[in-house]
Design a protein around this ligand. Sequence first.
Ligand SMILES: [Zn+2]
Length: 147
Amino acid sequence: MPEPCGRTFDEALLSGYVDRALVQRDEQRVRVHLEHCATCRAVVEDLRAVREATMTSTFETPRDDEWSETPRTESSRLLIGLGWPLATAWAVLLIGYALWGIWQETDNLVERLLLLGGATGFGLLFFGVLLDRLKAAKTDRYREVHK
Ligand SMILES: [Zn+2]
C-alpha cells in the first residue's frame, strides 16, 4: 500500500511543476507537499527522468544547418571532404567567370561598382562558409576520437 498522501491537487500539477509551467501559487503548493511526501517526490523524479531522456534525444538529432549526412566510413568521409572544396571551387569559378564576362561588357562605373560589391559580398559569404566547414571538420574528428 502507498502511504497516505493527502495531496490536494491533481497529478497534472506535478507534471506542470517538472516543466516549471505553474503559476507561483500552485508551484508553492506542490513544493510544500513534496517536502513531506516521498510518493509524489518519486513521481516527480520519474517525470524528470522522462523529460531529460526526451531532451537528450532531441539534442542528438542532427541540426538542419549540418549540410552533409554524417559519413559512415573513412572513405566516404574522405570523398565528402574532397567533394565540398571541389564543388565550392566550381561554384566560385562559375560565378567569377560570369561576373568577369559582365565586367568586360560594361564600361559604366556604377555597374562596375555594383559588380565589385556583389563579388565582395559573395567572397565574404564563401569564406564564412569555408570557416564553418573547417570548424565542423575539426569537430567531427574530435567526436570520432571520443567514440
Ligand atoms: Zn503526495
